[in-house]
Design a protein around this ligand. Structure first.
Ligand SMILES: [Zn+2]
Length: 669
């Protein structure tokens, strides 16, 4: 099908903004957030209840990894006659369970604490249970981590780190993201009085008793188990303050070791600026919680967006605005709105990773933003080359795959913005829809279907194709763009053929609209048009001779593209083809056969032959009088004598009169 989009040809006013897109070398990040864990999803029982609140009283001796604890859990039955139910629990010892004054019987099958109620709950009835439990010294580090000063070189340290499903290693809980506690959580931590302890929410008070201190923390917002945390060590603390609105100040509280205090001042120098940026009415809107904070631990290796108290590796104090901005953005995307199930994890990580790039654009400018996206693209391509899988519902052991979940996730946000025509620096429809998604699902959980539905509402059209091609299916478009221009006085006609070869697991056609920037004899022209098939033939009429073509000049599509000027311009009249063209082989490189197309502008003698790198002709594919038009030849990788030629580089040469065109091909046996 031919499509000619005269009306869409728009002269660019600010040509400079799309020039110079080749990014300079980008300093590769040596450390990526949250690459610390692979995962096997547990087979969970039917969720017969809704957790409403956790209160934890933790007593940490800080001389070993031991802990004694009391948990109060409030829950509501979601079934008729709930008489037995289970909480996830691992590597902890339950001592007793009480409902008011009554002791309840319980069992501890592997991975679970199963409790039998003294009287069953009707659907919708609630109850509070007290669970007394402890963790033995010498229990292995998982979920709950213990390091002595001798092992980490700084100070005795206990902390939790649980995403996705290791909260069960420090308190009995429903260890899936989809059930938030409606009434938040309260965590009280008792430690020797030379230690400080921090966790989610606000520090209400500190009490002292015979050589110990208890830190009383309360968090008033719904929270999933994996976003709850604690850390205790010989910390010192200091704060920034962010003015959210007149009379409404958010404390940003840091817990670091005294030896790192000077370093922390420079490491955290942009934190208020980050919160100011993300809170802007045209970006994500107001910061959603009562406090923010960060606590440094070691060893760890990354960052984790615990709700209102991000945990970071101590090494981040050396300065990493990208990591710190990533974790802060999670307060909106991951914490305020949490992925309903782990297959939706890109709604957390893709958003936070795109936020890094947005903040860097704010801080360092648009070229830096493009560099960051370019790095994401290459990291994704490299990972995809090793193992290809979809971003939505990835294999469980790929839940935190940097390339596919984080980098492609960021790109999908970027491309959705492009599809919704929100491409200027004054943020528009995409950010409006994103804020509506935040407002609608604030303090709840979300699936990709929720995100799609809200974007469709704002966009006014289906986006099913977009989420299906980019999230449910794997891969990315690999375009071969062949083009030439011919004189058609007083104008020029540009012919562009686009073929996609996207590989297995990927959609054969990504229906992304594409943009071309034609450099025309001093005047540049931007063309925007939809892609509906592959191969797709397109023709455009422009006012001057085209010198070159830039595909996707604004860097809006996650893709690989090879651009080839296939023809030499010939002035012609009538309906005959207007140029001599030799197209690159498809596929190329090839194993057994490859197709070679050429175009003749008029009847006449032509020859097409294959040469090896020494210049010796190895195969004559066509020679003789030839009609004007398109011709397609197949080369089977053999010589004129039928020999299977060795792997290597070959050249096709098309000769027509005094003109000739040459293309390279690579044979792989
Ligand atoms: Zn993250």
């Amino acid at each position: 099908m031919n499509r000619i989009f005269f009306a869409l040809i728009i002269a660019l006013v600010f040509v400079g903004s799309v020039h110079g897109l080749e990014p300079p070398n980008f300093e590769q990040k040596s450390l990526r957030p949250e690459q610390w864990q692979t995962l096997t999803l547990p087979a969970d029982s039917i969720h017969s209840y809704d957790v409403r609140f956790y209160r934890l009283d933790l007593n940490l001796p800080m001389t070993s990894g031991a802990m004694t604890a009391h948990e109060l859990v409030s829950l509501t039955s979601r079934v008729a006659n709930l008489d037995t139910f289970s909480l996830n629990m691992n590597s902890l010892v339950c001592d007793s369970v009480k409902r008011g004054p009554t002791s309840l019987s319980f069992t501890t099958p592997t991975g679970w604490l199963t409790i039998t109620l003294n009287s069953p709950l009707s659907n919708g009835d609630s109850t509070d249970l007290d669970i007394f439990y402890h963790r033995n010294s010498g229990t292995g580090n998982r979920g709950f981590y213990w390091f002595s000063r001798g092992s980490n070189g700084v100070a005795n340290l206990a902390y939790s780190m649980t995403e996705p499903s290791d909260s069960r290693y420090w308190f009995p809980c429903w260890d899936q993201p989809g059930d938030k506690t409606e009434r938040g959580c309260q965590i009280n931590i008792t430690v020797p009085d030379t230690f400080l302890a921090c966790t989610n929410g606000l520090l209400d008070s500190v009490t002292t008793a015979s050589g110990t201190k208890t830190f009383w923390w309360t968090h008033h917002y719904p929270i999933s188990a994996y976003l709850m945390n604690f850390a205790a060590s010989r910390y010192c603390t200091w704060s920034h303050h962010f003015v959210r609105a007149p009379g409404d100040t958010v404390e940003i509280k840091y817990y670091i070791w005294p030896v790192d205090s000077t370093l922390s001042v420079s490491a955290f120098q942009n934190v208020v600026d980050m919160m100011t940026f993300f809170s802007r009415p045209d970006i994500y809107g107001p910061y959603p919680f009562e406090k923010y904070g960060m606590v440094a631990v070691t060893p760890f290796g990354g960052g984790m967006e615990h709700q209102t108290m991000t945990t970071i590796d101590r090494s981040w104090l050396g300065g990493t605005d990208w990591g710190i901005s990533h974790e802060m953005a999670h307060m909106w995307w991951g914490d305020m709105v949490t992925c309903y199930t782990w297959p939706n994890i890109w709604l957390n990580e893709g958003f936070a990773t795109y936020s890094e790039a947005l903040y860097m654009e704010h801080q360092q400018g648009h070229a830096y933003f493009i560099n960051e996206l370019n790095t994401y693209a290459n990291d994704y391509f490299n990972e995809d080359a090793g193992q290809r899988f979809p971003m939505y519902n990835p294999p469980p052991n790929q839940l935190f795959a940097w390339g596919t979940i984080y980098c492609k996730g960021a790109w999908v946000q970027h491309m959705l913005r492009y599809v919704e025509h929100d491409t200027s620096s004054t943020h528009g429809l995409f950010f409006q829809a994103l804020r509506a998604y935040g407002d609608t699902l604030k303090y709840h959980t979300a699936s990709m279907a929720d995100y799609q539905r809200i974007h469709e509402h704002f966009f006014g059209d289906t986006l099913n194709w977009f989420f299906n091609e980019w999230a449910v299916q794997a891969g990315y478009p690999q375009y071969q763009v062949n083009w030439y221009g011919v004189s058609q006085p007083p104008n020029w006609r540009i012919v562009v053929d686009i073929t996609q070869s996207n590989g297995s697991g990927a959609p054969p056609v990504f229906h992304m609209p594409v943009e071309f920037l034609f450099h025309l004899n001093g005047k540049d022209t931007l063309v925007h048009y939809p892609i509906s098939t592959s191969p797709q033939h397109n023709e455009f009429v422009v006012s001057a001779q085209p010198d070159s073509l830039v595909f996707d000049p604004g860097f809006w599509i996650l893709k690989k593209a090879t651009i080839t000027k296939v023809g030499v311009g010939v002035a012609e009249k009538g309906d005959q083809p207007l140029a001599l063209a030799l197209y690159p082989g498809t596929p190329n490189p090839f194993h057994q056969t490859t197709g070679i197309g050429f175009l003749l502008p008029r009847n006449g003698w032509a020859s097409l032959a294959v040469y090896d790198v020494s210049g010796k002709r190895v195969r004559r594919l066509w020679e003789g009088d030839t009609k004007a038009g398109r011709h397609q030849m197949i080369w089977d990788g053999r010589s004129d004598l039928g020999q299977d030629l060795p792997s290597g580089v070959y050249f096709y040469r098309l000769e027509v009169g005094a003109q000739n065109l040459i293309r390279k091909a690579v044979k792989i046996r």
